[in-house]
Design a protein around this ligand. Structure first.
Ligand code: FES
Ligand code: FE2
Length: 425
């Protein structure tokens, strides 16, 4: 682990409107404080409802550094439970996902229901007059959902989830238009780690500036129409909005920002075979087929919701802080539940081409992030600039601070929220 002396103690000095100290990526004391003041104080995304589709379905994940289980109980309710036995602290579930009637701790077999209630204690005689089962459920986090997305928080006094999301909800609704009226389902997850601070990834999701440089090899590997779609550097309609509460959206392909609005552009020839297959099935109208194909690349934007999940083109990107200089990323590809599987398959191939383990995009991003961590460790007091576009930022019609998609408006919004939360006692 990189350790650096904590030379500046006040957050106003560490995060200004147009710059942050490199120390924000390297100081273990700041990381510990972030866990308390951000990850254990606000809403953290934990699951999409399609990952826990039925009563008894569960998945495991993390809220900050704490392991949790997300379950769907017999009544259909979502529960987020601390994955920590109330006896001597062992994790009670070690599977990434599955179906269960409850959870039995492997150490001394205390058993818990899907809503966390303590149901059974083996050889209970020793606990008579010592343990009442109702006093020792798995710790429950507050859990709320919006549009099938489930967030949890340790903070019982946190504002309602929908208030926290605010105007990000408008973009969440637009994002899910890519499944064309079918329910959304997670079609696969790829997990990897990089040697860098979590905020480096947080910044990257609305960093349009790096795209043509870092992703040159991806741009060279795609068809001309897709390259045209992602050539936003000089497109004035491609903008980033600061949506408040640390949330932001980078609109890279404006024509796809709202898939209900069809500009009539010809479909990409690369999908000719897919169109022929859908037509041959006789199951879909020409309008439906056109809509499927227009949604192949997803939503046309990257929506970053603070602090740990982004809705990125056609997938979710989840960020799990491991330590001050290590972060785990989950890329979760999306498809239609009940729609044509050939379309889901083609969407998955497109996803793999950029985001997959052998993709042409994500490995290049990770290289950049690790270099940021190495450089920041070298001079933790030298500022990281987030001032691109500061002089051309104006309010949108909705009142959102807005600038070109290559500008650092989203990062400024995220750091303003970071500073607000970290300054809280
Ligand atoms: Fe779980 Fe003992 S630690 S039953
Ligand atoms: Fe990138």
């Amino acid at each position: 682990m990189t350790t650096t002396p904590r030379v500046v103690d006040t957050y106003p000095d560490l995060a200004e409107a147009d710059r942050v100290a490199g120390q924000l990526y390297t100081d273990p004391a700041i990381f510990d404080e972030e866990m308390e003041k951000i990850f254990y104080s606000t809403w953290v995304w934990v699951a999409h409802e399609s990952e826990i589709p039925e009563a008894g379905s569960f998945k495991t994940t993390y809220v900050g550094r704490q392991p949790v289980i997300v379950t769907r109980d017999r009544k259909g309710g979502f529960n987020t439970l601390l994955n920590r036995c109330r006896h001597r602290g062992a994790t009670v579930c070690d599977q990434s996902n599955g179906k269960a009637n409850g959870f039995t701790c492997p150490y001394h077999n205390w058993s818990y229901a899907l809503d966390g209630k303590l149901r059974g204690i083996p050889y209970p005689e020793g606990y008579e007059g010592v343990v009442e089962k109702e006093d020792f459920p798995l710790q429950r986090l507050r859990t709320e959902s919006y549009a099938g997305m489930i967030w949890a928080t340790f903070n019982q006094d946190a504002e309602p989830l929908e208030d926290f999301l605010g105007d990000a909800k408008i973009w969440i609704d637009r994002f899910f238009k890519q499944t064309n009226g079918y329910p959304t389902k997670v079609t696969g997850i790829h997990k990897f780690r990089f040697r860098g601070n979590w905020k480096i990834q947080l910044e990257n999701t609305t960093d349009g500036y790096h795209f043509p440089m870092v992703h040159k090899s991806w741009m060279a590997s795609i068809d001309a129409e897709t390259a045209e779609m992602m050539s936003f550097m000089n497109d004035p309609a491609a903008v980033t909005h600061d949506l408040g509460n640390g949330h932001s959206v980078a609109v890279m392909a404006p024509a796809n920002a709202d898939l209900d609005i069809d500009d009539g552009a010809p479909l990409q020839p690369r999908f000719d075979d897919l169109v022929a297959e859908l037509e041959a099935s006789g199951e879909y109208t020409p309008e439906q087929i056109r809509r499927f194909v227009r949604s192949m690349h997803g939503s046309g934007f990257n929506l970053n919701t603070f602090p740990n999940v982004s809705f990125s083109l056609a997938f979710f990107r989840v960020l799990i802080p491991i330590s001050v200089d290590e972060t785990e990323i989950w890329h979760m590809s999306l498809g239609m539940d009940g729609g044509p599987e050939c379309v889901n398959q083609e969407r998955l191939r497109i996803h793999e081409h950029f985001q997959g383990p052998f993709g042409f995009g994500s490995p290049d991003d990770a290289e950049g992030w690790e270099r940021v961590q190495l450089g920041a460790a070298g001079a933790p007091r030298m500022p990281i600039l987030v001032n691109r576009g500061l002089n051309r930022e104006t309010p949108s019609a909705e009142g959102w601070p807005t600038s070109h998609v290559t500008d650092e408006t989203g990062m400024r919004g995220a750091y303003a929220m970071w500073k607000k939360m970290m300054s809280h006692d």
